[in-house]
Design a protein around this ligand. Structure first.
Ligand code: NDP
Ligand code: 8X3
Length: 251
């Protein structure tokens, strides 16, 4: 039986790495995409012949097109796309935030995700099958101070997923959005706080956050469903997290 093929973006750490590992254990061959080639090479070394390391900056749309059109023939028919690459930069209020950080988040989380999808989608539609799983965030569903552009990029992921589903009606291509809350065990907060590892660690102090394998298990479950089932949105939080009340400033 032919092995299914998954493309996982951001496969060099965190959710993406855990997802690649789960999919490999399930019998997928995995195209592992990210910028850090050493991390991808380590994964490929652990799974000879089962991982295609794809050095890729998803904020570079020309690079995406070039990389995906140059895939070897026996890797080109992607069954599962996990659009996971993404980042938050900073937690400053909008009035003190960096416009460069905003651009990087938009270029990566919105344009990057859209461009990878744009490159993969025609093949899926031609084959009349495929599953696209986009990694959003509760930051796209609930506002919090300092979430400004990061949350907005994840609201984009949510709505883009639903709109893709609308366009794909009548095809066998499915789309899901996974929207996790507080999740540790990845580099997310180290990146957000630009290498301030003590500050990153403090985010998870006294909590049992979601872990990368929890998200990977959710991806694996979605991929295991029969072709007539489309889960549109999954919002998940650790048990220790809940939405907060609306805020009121009093004089
Ligand atoms: P990590 O920082 O551990 O992983 C992010 C991944 O994205 C890395 O593999 C990184 O690889 C990749 N990446 C970042 N920028 C680019 C780029 N320009 N091109 C290609 N790859 C890129 O964080 P998580 O695993 O936690 O995050 C994964 C996704 O989950 C993100 O989209 C994040 O927004 C989302 N998320 C995270 C939550 C959390 O609390 N951790 C909660 C909800 C959602 P490299 O640097 O090698 O390019
Ligand atoms: C990551 C979760 O709450 O830090 O998307 O924004 S949160």
């Amino acid at each position: 039986m032919t092995q299914p093929i998954a493309l996982v973006t951001g496969a060099s750490s965190g959710f993406g790495l855990a997802t690649a590992q789960r999919l490999l254990a399930r019998g997928y061959r995995v195209i592992a995409a990210a910028r850090r080639q050493d991390k991808l090479a380590a994964l490929a070394d652990q799974h000879p012949g089962q991982v295609l390391a794809l050095p890729l900056d998803v904020s570079d749309r020309q690079a995406i097109r070039a990389a995906l059109t140059a895939l070897p023939g026996d890797w080109a028919a992607i069954d599962l796309l996990v659009n996971n690459a993404g980042l938050a930069l900073g937690l400053a209020p909008a009035q003190g935030a960096s416009l460069d950080d905003w651009q990087t988040m938009i270029d990566t989380n919105c344009l990057g995700l859209a461009a990878v999808t744009h490159a993969v989608l025609p093949g899926m539609v031609a084959r009349n099958r495929g599953l696209i799983i986009n990694i959003g965030s509760i930051a796209g569903d609930y506002a919090y101070p300092g979430g400004n552009v990061y949350g907005a990029t994840k609201a984009f992921v949510h709505q883009f997923s639903l709109n893709l589903k609308a366009d794909l009606l009548g095809t066998g291509v499915r789309v899901s959005s996974i929207e996790p809350g507080l999740a540790g065990g990845s580099e997310f907060s180290n990146v957000r706080f630009k290498g301030d590892d003590a500050k990153a660690a403090s985010v998870y102090q006294g909590t049992q956050p979601l872990l990368p394998d929890d998200i990977a298990a959710t991806v694996e479950w979605l991929a295991s469903l029969p072709p007539h089932v489309n889960i549109n949105v999954i919002e998940m939080m650790p048990t220790c997290q809940a939405p907060g009340p609306l805020a009121i400033h009093r004089q």
